[in-house]
Design a protein around this ligand. Structure first.
Ligand code: EPU
Length: 360
């Protein structure tokens, strides 16, 4: 068991002419690192604190033939009860660098930074752009992978570039916004090829000029008739709306929306609208239509607050799957399939999961 000995001890690795220590643990329970509070053990586990750690991790994993799984804020993953084979890397790459020149603001943040910490910092500095994305759990590095979005804004609207280290070559590559191939909760980093990159930093572009984006229903209702809206007011409104709909994951295990809103062709959308005249729908730039799964789950299937054992759909927002106690990944899987099948049977569309499954 030479490999085992090598990776379980404190491992000394020479990289870029400097000596450093990678601390690798064995059999670490992963549920503690996810907002669903679910997940078995990592075979091997380490923490990346800086980009230089990533190159070392790549070298180490390659020489020991270990697959690498990256964990950010753990807010959008379902880790299997059997855990994850290989090396799990908890991303804690830190650092926020602001720069402002001629009214153009950019910020480069380490991928392990809490995204909401960055949003809060940006709002406190009076910059516009990120405020609608307030209170989203998870880390900066997860935002381009998922193309995180809320209240009419997606990170694709703000991202200038993404830095990532190849898990194959150990080399850093800078992806432009276009190269990230953003879609609805989708990007290059979700593809087979893209999964072989470790996102280390993200650069966002913000602005100093006021530009409230409040056309999303909840926000337009909140600000009805109000002028001269400040960026702090938008953040406060979003925080208020989210807090009234989403559970605090410190109290109740959750990964936010568990499913994506289905995107259907215009023809199918027309049929759905005939059947359900009140269903909220949104045209996509590609000419398709995004239909509200929340509305269908709530108003058609009456699934708000439904619970099977410890797994359920939250009583204040039906798209939010919750772990009321000690649910297993298997129970979540089964329950999610029950929900998908109910939607497919009634509406003829099988919803895609937003949450990523990890592990054996
Ligand atoms: N609705 C119901 N019942 C509910 C909740 C919502 O009928 O329990 C209806 C309402 O008519 C409402 C509509 O569904 O107008 C849409 O609801 P909401 O505005 O909350 O948006 P959503 O489609 O359910 C999406 C994102 C959220 C994001 C919100 C706000 C996805 C998968 N989810 O939810 O993102 O915060 O919009 O922009 O696109 C996440 O991705 O994890 C997430 C929380």
């Amino acid at each position: 068991m030479e490999t085992l000995k090598q990776v379980t001890s404190l491992t000394r690795i020479v990289s870029n002419q400097k000596m450093s220590m990678l601390e690798i643990e064995q059999d670490v329970l992963l549920g503690q690192y996810t907002t669903l509070h679910i997940g078995g053990k990592a075979q091997y586990f380490t923490v990346a604190k800086a980009e230089s750690d990533v190159s070392e991790i790549v070298t180490h994993a390659k020489s020991n033939s270990l697959p690498v799984t990256i964990l950010g804020g753990g807010s959008n993953v379902l880790i299997s009860d059997e855990g994850i084979a290989g090396l799990v890397v908890k991303n804690e790459i830190d650092g926020i660098e602001w720069s402002e020149e001629d009214g153009a603001v950019s910020v480069r943040a380490g991928s392990g930074v809490s995204f909401d910490l960055l949003v809060k910092d940006s709002v406190e500095r009076g910059y516009w752009g990120m405020e609608n994305l307030s209170l989203i759990p998870g880390s900066v590095g997860a935002t381009p992978i998922q193309n995180v979005g809320a209240y009419g804004v997606e990170v694709k609207d703000l991202i200038k570039s993404v830095e990532a280290v190849s898990l194959v070559t150990g080399k850093t590559r800078v992806f432009s916004n276009q190269e990230c191939q953003f879609g609805y909760r989708d990007s290059f980093f979700k593809t087979k090829e893209g999964r072989l990159f470790f996102v280390t930093a993200v650069t966002f572009l913000l602005q100093t000029e006021a530009e409230p984006r409040i056309t999303y229903k909840d926000l337009s209702a909140h600000f009805a008739g109000q002028n001269n809206i400040t960026v702090t007011e938008v953040r406060d409104a979003v925080v208020g709306i989210r807090s009234s709909k989403f559970p605090d994951w410190n109290d109740i295990g959750t990964a936010g929306s568990f499913f994506k809103n289905p995107i259907v062709e215009a023809e199918q959308a027309k049929l759905l609208e005939e059947k359900y005249p009140d269903i909220p729908m949104f045209d996509t730039p590609a000419g398709d239509v995004k239909v509200s799964l929340s509305w269908l789950l709530d108003k058609v299937l009456n699934l708000k607050g439904v619970q099977h054992g410890d797994v359920g759909l939250y009583e204040k927002h039906v798209l939010v799957l919750v772990n009321h106690g000690s649910a297993t990944a298997m129970a979540v899987d089964k329950f999610a399939d029950f929900v998908s099948e109910a939607v497919e049977k009634e509406v003829g569309v099988r919803p895609e999961r937003e949450v990523t499954k990890l592990g054996k």
